[in-house]
Design a protein around this ligand. Structure first.
Ligand code: SF4
Length: 143
């Protein structure tokens, strides 16, 4: 399966750090995990200014905390991630929760105040709509 690269300790997070999750590292013992970072694949630099999704009706817009619209970059990153899944014939992805790309159940509400709402990140939604099974670590390791 594919996996959010930051979960394996790759420093691709907006801050320049990672979201190392030892449960995911341990999963490497039995699963072939392919690390991907949709935001880097879209062309964003690291570190970068944090982004959140702003809902405009049913449409999602991604803006950084300086108000720059980066929606197209996020869409490109989602498309490139799907391309990797198809090339490698992988049908699932394990994702970092709450990211504007990778979040699959909750995202921040676009006000940069730490408030969460139900919703999906750009890559999570795009991958799911294209037949990829999407999990976040909270549900994957919930048993
Ligand atoms: S886009 Fe996804 S993989 Fe990349 S740093 Fe954010 S949560 Fe991690």
């Amino acid at each position: 399966m594919l996996v959010s690269a930051c979960l394996l300790g790759l420093n691709c997070k907006y801050s320049g750090g990672n979201n190392l999750d030892e449960r995911v590292v341990k999963l490497l013992e039995k699963e072939n995990l392919v690390p991907v970072c949709p935001e880097q694949l879209g062309g964003l630099e690291t570190p970068r200014i944090p982004c959140e999704i702003v809902m405009e009706g049913d449409e999602k817009k991604v803006v950084n905390s300086e108000g720059v619209n980066l929606t197209e970059v996020f869409i490109r990153g989602a498309e490139e991630t799907l391309k990797i899944a198809k090339l490698l014939k992988e049908d699932s992805i394990l994702l970092q929760p709450r990211s504007p790309s990778c979040g699959s159940r909750q995202i921040y509400d676009g006000t940069f105040t730490g408030k969460l709402i139900d919703g999906e990140g750009i890559a999570a939604e795009f991958l799911r709509e294209n037949g990829i099974k999407v999990y976040d670590t909270e549900e994957y390791f919930s048993d």
